[in-house]
Design a protein. Structure first.
Length: 40
């Protein structure tokens, strides 16, 4: 479970606007990895 959805959304939107060094795909992969780690 993502613990801070507002932060996640801000990071994702920044990536979409190219204001972040991370691409939306990289952000999505990071979120998925974080989810997997949280469930271990």
């Amino acid at each position: 479970m993502i613990r801070n959805p507002e932060l996640v959304r801000a990071v994702y939107l920044a990536a979409l606007r190219h204001e972040s060094p991370l691409s939306p795909v990289a952000v999505a992969e990071w979120l998925t990895d974080d989810d997997r780690r949280a469930h271990r």
